[in-house]
Ligand binder design. Structure first.
Ligand code: ATP
Length: 204
């Protein structure tokens, strides 16, 4: 999956609609302290489904919405859109616009209403978004997104955490999610069968 475009509106310091094209190869973001470089990386993690406000440097998720300045009032919503080129071997579990060569994921948060996601114009769940990116060996917690302090965290992390990181890089973490889902469904089916046996027993 190749990220091509990022659009932000009302997200942290990016109050006005801002569009960034990400070309192939290495992309560098430069600017003075506090101009919003880290906010850009956070926008990518957020649209990929980040659900920890703390890791977005906020107390609650609504803190990603532009909080206002002396000259400008606060915003009521924040929206980030990420457009990616689909690879031919993409095994995305979500069959939205399967014939489209591009995938556009939009996450929007409104004060008091929480977050909502869209994939190529279709409403989807946070879980679907996590699977799309897990299948493409990326995502909000992907080691490909290196934020400040991440390297020292990896060096000091426990073997289980390092294994998780390798599984994410290999694109197999989505399989664990699916296995958990399948196991839950199996348990529910087993319960239903047991209940059916009870009912049939009563009828005999
Ligand atoms: P450095 O080089 O020091 O790491 P940076 O370029 O990475 O800085 P960021 O940390 O991305 O900068 O941006 C910080 C700026 O974003 C601060 O000016 C802060 O006030 C602003 N900011 C963060 N959240 C919001 C918000 N919800 N509303 C308005 N501005 C915000």
């Amino acid at each position: 999956m190749q990220i091509k475009k990022l659009r932000l509106s009302g997200f942290k310091s990016f109050v006005d609609p801002t569009e960034l094209r990400i070309e192939k190869g290495l992309t560098g973001v430069v600017g003075p302290n506090g101009c919003g470089k880290s906010n850009l990386l956070e926008a990518i993690r957020w649209v990929m489904g980040e659900n920890s406000a703390k890791s977005m440097r906020g107390a609650g998720m609504e803190d990603v919405i532009f909080a206002g300045t002396q000259d400008r009032p606060e915003r009521q919503f924040a929206e980030v859109s990420l457009t990616a080129e689909r690879e031919t071997n993409d095994v995305s579990s979500l069959h939205v616009g399967d014939n489209d060569s591009e995938l556009e994921i939009v996450r929007r948060i409104e004060r008091g209403s929480g977050s909502a996601y869209r994939a190529n114009g279709t409403d989807v769940r946070a879980k679907d978004i996590a699977l799309i990116f897990a299948d493409a060996a990326t995502g909000a917690h992907s080691p490909a997104l290196v934020s400040q302090g991440k390297i020292s965290n990896i060096i000091s992390s426990k073997p289980e955490a390092r294994r998780e990181m390798l599984e994410e890089a290999a694109g197999i973490s989505g399989l664990h999610v699916r296995r958990r889902d399948a196991e839950q469904k199996l348990r529910a089916a087993e319960k239903n069968l047991a209940r059916l046996d009870d009912i049939l027993g009563d009828m005999e």
